[in-house]
Design a protein around this ligand. Structure first.
Ligand code: NAP
Length: 251
């Protein structure tokens, strides 16, 4: 058996109904993990992800939860443990944007983005770590962004939430390392998903000029990185931020 395989692993992927989360759920399942496909609003899309995994011979279960809410996040982790017997891998992927310049940004725009992107990471990790500590094994992977490393105009809320995820990653990595739990972040650049629909095409075009590889990433390219960090091959990697951004940030 290849070391990169995830047989007998159980994973939760938040926001797995669409985009990057969907690609990560499918990739982890292809490598043998049983996957809980979390969604918030897109029930049909989440069912389709689970159906695709099962058709390919994998194991999947769907669970609705707004992960910005602690109780619902706890419910999601409990569902994974009740359904598959344990939890080995948590991917904190759920995220939103509410882009606008700070002069126009409402308190609600700020709060919604911080709650969905950052508080959710706390909520799910807190619940997951309890189980992982007992098992002396865990992989937590936070999907941050280049915006959290270099900042984006019009995204003070989003960039703050993503920088927050990066700080959270490093602090938690230090807390749980002795229990054989690794915590890492991935910082994607521009990836071809619906989250970019809110961006004006001319701004996206200008932004792509800053990408040395000269193109957008595909969700599957983020999923490959997540699968590596979830694998035994990444056992000695913790507290790191892996840029998957076409060379955009080079930290
Ligand atoms: P997307 O296509 O818009 O998908 C977002 C996913 O998050 C959906 O599955 C959505 O579920 C889920 N979600 C949103 N709010 C949620 C909540 N409160 N509880 C549970 N799930 C929730 O976005 P994406 O591009 O795949 O982004 C995924 C992650 O990658 C985000 O954290 C994003 O910040 C990060 N990222 C993306 C890019 C990019 O260029 N695409 C770049 C850097 C980082 P429902 O549809 O079911 O509501």
């Amino acid at each position: 058996m290849s070391e990169s395989m995830l047989e007998n692993r159980v994973a939760v992927v938040t926001g797995a109904s669409r985009g990057i989360g969907r690609a990560i759920a499918i990739e982890l399942a292809q490598r043998g993990a049983a996957v809980v496909v979390n969604y918030h609003n897109s029930a049909q899309a989440a069912d389709e992800v689970a159906a695709q995994i099962k058709t390919a011979g994998g194991q999947a279960a769907v669970f609705q939860a707004d992960v910005s809410d602690l109780k619902q996040a706890q419910g999601l982790i409990k569902f994974a443990v009740d359904t598959f017997g344990k939890l080995d891998i948590l991917v904190n992927n759920a995220g939103i944007t509410r882009d606008t310049l700070i002069m126009m940004m409402s308190e609600e725009d700020w709060d919604a983005v911080l709650a969905t992107n950052l508080k959710s990471t706390f909520n799910c990790s807190k619940a997951a770590v309890r189980h992982m500590m007992r098992k002396r094994y865990g992989r937590i992977i936070n999907i941050a962004s280049v915006a959290g490393q270099i900042g984006n105009p019009g995204q003070t809320n989003y960039s703050a939430s993503k920088a927050g995820q990066i700080g959270f990653t490093k602090a938690l990595a230090r807390e749980v390392a002795t229990r054989n739990i690794t915590v890492n972040a991935i910082a994607p650049g521009f990836v071809d998903t619906e989250i970019l629909d809110a961006m004006a095409p001319e701004i996206l075009e200008a932004a792509l000029k800053l990408v040395p590889l000269g193109r957008m990433g595909q969700p599957e390219e983020i999923a490959h990185a997540a699968a590596f960090l979830a694998s035994d091959q990444a056992a000695y990697i913790t507290g790191q931020v892996l840029g998957v951004d076409g060379g955009m940030a080079m930290m």
